[in-house]
Design a protein around this ligand. Structure first.
Ligand code: CUA
Length: 327
């Protein structure tokens, strides 16, 4: 039974490492690479020391009564108990400083993105003049090959911004701004996650970082900076647009180009262009938009959006059609 438990303890972390979508050991950029190298050096170093200590313990355990009379000399105690740890730990400390230090020095003129943690979602703001400012949620697009400075803030409690494959962790502290540089070498999609317990839905506070070639990134940003126009074609979407203003959605959500100017919930201007809903909780589909509107408290209990379960199914469907047209 103990063997089984020990095997489980060994195998479970290995399985978790199989899916590299959010693994610090599958770096997608230089700072994550640096962190991964420190991790491996510490890992192998600790393994060697652990093996050594276990071997000594085993020898001591299996000693015969006669051997137990043996007292090691002063040099063994001093060397193994003081000198060895001091030297090893000092070397490792200097090594990790050498690697870590450049991570916090950053580039002189990085691109800035403001990220604010809320219970339980992420607000993402690309500073720009007036209406050109792009505000989105739970999805951060970045250009490949450029350093991007994320200025991390919080609107309520302490959260922590972490994209394991791109860089270190940075706390989101109310009333304080903390910078963190991200840099992706290759295009890709990287999952991020709030890494500080922040309340009931801490687990549902994920986000995606999408690194794309500069031209694609610029095209994305240009499109996001456009206000939405009246929904084309579908009658349901037009009705949904009216409902959105009438049933209360606009009190909390902003949709640039419309009368919806709420600012407590996520900006929904191009909501359908995002991959997920509710901070990585559901894939972005029309059905899920409808489910979220009518049962958000069942899907993500305690979240700051009330259930709109009192709405008619037809109204919910129209709202979902409208939101789904906002690409
Ligand atoms: Cu936000 Cu945990």
């Amino acid at each position: 039974q103990y063997v089984l438990k020990a095997l489980l303890l060994l195998v479970v972390p290995l399985l978790a490492a199989c899916d590299p979508v959010q693994s610090a050991l599958h770096p997608g950029g230089p700072s994550a690479q640096a962190i991964a190298s420190v991790w491996w050096v510490m890992f192998w170093g600790s393994l060697v020391i652990l093996t050594l200590v276990m071997a000594l313990a085993l020898i001591a355990l299996r000693a015969t009564p006669a051997e137990k009379q043996y007292r090691p000399g002063r040099w063994f105690i001093l060397g193994g108990g003081v000198l060895f740890p001091v030297v090893t730990l000092t070397v490792l400390l200097i090594y990790s400083f050498e690697i870590d230090y450049p991570l916090f020095r950053g580039e002189s003129e990085p691109m800035n993105i403001e990220v604010t943690g809320h219970q339980w979602w992420w607000e993402v703001r690309y500073p720009g003049a007036g209406d050109a400012e792009v505000v989105t949620a739970n999805e951060i697009h970045i250009p490949v090959g450029r350093t991007v400075r994320i200025n991390v803030r919080s609107a309520d409690v302490i959260h922590s911004f972490w994209v394991p494959r791109l860089g270190g962790k940075q706390d989101a502290i109310p009333g304080h701004e903390n910078p963190l540089d991200l840099h992706a070498d290759q295009p890709g999609t990287f999952r991020g996650q709030c890494a500080e317990f922040c309340g009931a839905q801490h687990a549902h506070m994920a986000f995606w970082v999408i690194a794309e070639p500069v031209e694609r990134f610029d095209a994305w940003l240009a499109r996001q900076s456009q206000p939405v126009s009246a929904p084309a074609g579908e009658a349901a979407a037009s009705r949904g647009r009216e409902h959105f203003l009438q049933v209360g959605c606009a009190e909390c959500h902003r949709i640039r180009g419309t009368a919806a100017k709420g600012d407590t919930g996520p900006d929904l201007t191009h909501v359908a262009s995002r991959r997920t809903l509710a901070a990585g909780t559901l894939p972005m589909t029309r059905e899920n938009l409808a489910r979220w509107i009518s049962a958000s408290q069942r899907i993500k209990p305690g979240n700051r959006m009330e259930d709109f379960s009192h709405l008619d199914d037809a109204v919910v469907r129209d709202l979902a059609a409208y939101l789904h047209s906002l690409e």
